[in-house]
Design a protein around this ligand. Sequence first.
Ligand SMILES: Cc1cc2nc3c(=O)[nH]c(=O)nc-3n(C[C@H](O)[C@H](O)[C@H](O)COP(=O)(O)OP(=O)(O)OC[C@H]3O[C@@H](n4cnc5c(N)ncnc54)[C@H](O)[C@@H]3O)c2cc1C
Ligand SMILES: *[C@@H]1O[C@H](CO)[C@@H](O)[C@H](O)[C@H]1NC(C)=O
Ligand SMILES: *[C@@H]1O[C@H](CO)[C@@H](O)[C@H](O)[C@H]1NC(C)=O
Ligand SMILES: *[C@@H]1O[C@H](CO)[C@@H](O)[C@H](O)[C@H]1NC(C)=O
Ligand SMILES: *[C@@H]1O[C@H](CO)[C@@H](O)[C@H](O)[C@H]1NC(C)=O
Ligand SMILES: *[C@@H]1O[C@H](CO)[C@@H](O)[C@H](O)[C@H]1NC(C)=O
Ligand SMILES: *[C@@H]1O[C@H](CO)[C@@H](O)[C@H](O)[C@H]1NC(C)=O
Ligand SMILES: *[C@@H]1O[C@H](CO)[C@@H](O)[C@H](O)[C@H]1NC(C)=O
Length: 620
Amino acid sequence: MRLTAIITLLGSFAVASRAAAKSAPPTLFPYETDLLTSDDVGNFSDIAPASDRRACIPKTECRAFPGSADWPKDAEWEQLNVALGGGALLEPVPAAAACYPGTYQNATACTTVVNNQFLTRQYFDDPLAISTQWPAGNACPAVAQPTGDCRQGGYPVYVVNATSVKQIQIAVNFARNKNLRLVVKNTGHDFVGRSTGAGALSIWTHHLKGPGFELLHDYVHGQYRGKAAHVAVGLEAWEVHAAMAKYNVALVAPSFATVGLLGGYMQGGGHSALVSYHGLASDQVLSLNVVTADGSFVTADPDTNSDLFFALRGGGGGTYGIVTSAVVKAHPFLEVTTAAIALSSLDVGIEPFWRAMSAYFAFGHVIADAGGIDRNYVSPLNNNTVFNFTTSFEFPNMTAAAVAALLLPLDAAFKAAGVNVTFPAPATSLWSAEVIGEGAPVRDERFASRLIPRAVWDDPAKFKMSMEAFRKVVEGGYQIHGTMMSPSLKVAGWPGKDSAANPAFRSAVMHCVVYDFVKGTPATAAADLAGRARLSQYVDYIRAATPGSGSYMNEADVIEPNWQQSFFGSNYKKLEGIKKKYDAWGLFWAPSTVGSERWAVRTAGGVPTQDGKLCRTLEK
Ligand SMILES: Cc1cc2nc3c(=O)[nH]c(=O)nc-3n(C[C@H](O)[C@H](O)[C@H](O)COP(=O)(O)OP(=O)(O)OC[C@H]3O[C@@H](n4cnc5c(N)ncnc54)[C@H](O)[C@@H]3O)c2cc1C
Ligand SMILES: *[C@@H]1O[C@H](CO)[C@@H](O)[C@H](O)[C@H]1NC(C)=O
Ligand SMILES: *[C@@H]1O[C@H](CO)[C@@H](O)[C@H](O)[C@H]1NC(C)=O
Ligand SMILES: *[C@@H]1O[C@H](CO)[C@@H](O)[C@H](O)[C@H]1NC(C)=O
Ligand SMILES: *[C@@H]1O[C@H](CO)[C@@H](O)[C@H](O)[C@H]1NC(C)=O
Ligand SMILES: *[C@@H]1O[C@H](CO)[C@@H](O)[C@H](O)[C@H]1NC(C)=O
Ligand SMILES: *[C@@H]1O[C@H](CO)[C@@H](O)[C@H](O)[C@H]1NC(C)=O
Ligand SMILES: *[C@@H]1O[C@H](CO)[C@@H](O)[C@H](O)[C@H]1NC(C)=O
């Protein structure tokens, strides 16, 4: 009795103290107030939510696939379409089907698709389109004179063009109850095929846009008090930048126009020119609205579903639930100052070029510690006999004069290495205005990456080993694309530091991408796999120089060795527990995401695409 009283007292105390720290109830957009009710479900039990998070699903070997006995009948798909409100269930064919003989052939439409592959505004309004082509298995290349067939391949079969949370709940429940493969797509920018999948039902969050931005003038939660913004998940960088300009605030948002803010970008970490100044995109989030695998719509914040809140900030997209909107920090408006330099071995000779590269990389921590970034490229040309270097520096909230002064020692280091580099005057612009390009061209490259830790700058032996590794990689025909950045725990602040973002980010000074110049899909699976293995062997030189570090999952190799450690580090075990708690069904699946080991895509020749059935691996 007395014990009960104490517990009650402690309980009410805890509630009271939480209430004091908490601000408003969940911030919702109109599309988040239209929720699934039991009346909506009626007698259509296939769209009913799961009553128990641990409820079992049939242990079939594979997810249902068109042609398999458990694939829903046409009438069931029609019933789903009606439940969704009609018109939201799409059964799209790849846009390039217009170029191939058959039902969809249309010369005008084909010309448009072929010519507009690089005008992605149209491309990203396509329900199936993904910007990196190979994960779909080269299913329907957009070429004017095709030789092969147009297949659905690694593209989903059905797509729910979601405009309400209710539709997402219905689609999640239907996929779970019918043992379907589920895919979640926002913009389709993912590099390794995490937003596509053969035989899948896809939930497309791209149109959850409006009215998609609300400025909250005084948002109080825990240790945060200040401006914040409620942002819809469908907003792309260019739309977020427009809102920043309108409201005179600075949000951490992708630098690239068509990348979405709150889908895979934020959920995997998300870097931008503000990364060394305000931290990762995942560090900005104060509250999230999410549809979970059981079909519930919940809020995740530091007090409510705090484990889910932890996981969704950096623990990987498409894994724990479908985010519909978030409250993120809105910082005071600021300017960024940029400067660019270039160098070629053609002009200075090979050995001085590499000496200059060492001088440049040695300066990396100065850039990151000043709150800036830079994006460098060291490229092999002429059959790996000529090497070109370019970089562009970006410093938030620094004047042109301060940037010029900061870069003086680098100029001196170049001279000491025996090369002259021209430093043009830095230029200053508004961060809110900064959006690069109209959209991403359709891509087909592969690459791997590594977060280069501060230990490399602290230890001359490690630095030397890293420089030798970079040189071997470039001489081997790959491009180094580095970004000096330091999203430390200090800049992450509260609540960012308690998040699932890869711990390797916190000690990183550089994010190093190693590009393979391969284009298109190699003729055979063996050639494809051999090419991937060669890239990975070269990246091993860098991995060896950076023991214990990791790789940024959003810009990484789909065959990254030991990816659990590499992408998630010491958070992996905890994230596995959260995944099991919220998604015991393994409904949300994408390659190299938490818990994905339990399933694998069966492809021809074992290539790591999404063009095959999703089947169970041996349970661990
Ligand atoms: C041109 C280009 C530029 C880039 N620039 C940067 C950059 O500057 N900085 C950086 O950090 N990264 C950058 N990226 C990488 C980018 O972060 C990833 O491609 C990221 O996966 C994109 O997320 P998305 O939601 O827009 O894409 P999608 O491909 O639609 O989704 C990616 C992943 O997130 C999941 N997902 C999508 N929507 C949701 C949702 N609503 N809820 C839950 N999960 C969801 C998907 O299932 C998938 O697993 C760039 C990519 C490209 C192609
Ligand atoms: C389910 O309900 C609908 C009306 O909502 C009705 O038309 C239909 O016959 C019912 N089906 C079954 C199997 O009860
Ligand atoms: C062919 O495509 C064009 C452009 O997309 C469209 O306007 C036209 O209606 C299509 N023709 C047929 C026969 O579908
Ligand atoms: C998806 O829905 C939006 C909003 O209703 C609509 O504008 C768009 O045309 C739809 N897209 C497709 C491919 O049906
Ligand atoms: C910019 O830096 C100054 C100090 O140099 C600081 O007072 C100011 O708050 C900073 N502005 C932003 C937007 O961070
Ligand atoms: C490499 O640098 C040289 C010298 O500056 C330049 O002329 C050339 O265009 C560059 N090549 C590429 C592919 O950028
Ligand atoms: C490229 O260099 C390699 C090794 O130096 C050589 O074997 C090969 O013939 C060269 N290729 C071309 C196209 O010059
Ligand atoms: C670099 O520039 C200085 C001054 O312009 C000049 O004296 C020197 O010879 C140059 N060095 C090289 C290697 O070009």
